[in-house]
Design a protein around this ligand. Structure first.
Ligand SMILES: [Zn+2]
Length: 91
């Protein structure tokens, strides 16, 4: 049952979870449409980027392995924090 590292963390976690639930709710309502539109734009941009990368890599032919560690766009920066301590990011 102990998903959190301490009691005060638990209290913070409760607030955090409420905020998360709120975010999720809003995201589920508003995000659906926005996300679809974003995905379309993102895919188009991604394709442009890839084309540009391909051109660059073809031009420089250095064989550098940077392509696999391109920074991902999006909002998943919290994931590493989530695993560092407990279930609560920023703990
Ligand atoms: Zn914690």
């Amino acid at each position: 049952m102990d998903r959190y590292c301490a009691d005060d963390c638990k209290a913070d976690a409760r607030r955090w979870q409420r905020a998360q639930a709120n975010l999720k709710y809003r995201a589920s309502q508003l995000g659906k449409q926005a996300r679809q539109a974003q995905a379309i734009r993102y895919r188009a941009r991604r394709k442009e980027q890839k084309d540009a990368e391909t051109r660059q890599q073809t031009a420089s032919k250095q064989g550098q392995l940077n392509a696999s560690e391109q920074p991902r766009e999006g909002c998943h920066q919290d994931e590493s924090e989530e695993k560092s301590c407990c279930d609560r990011p920023g703990c």
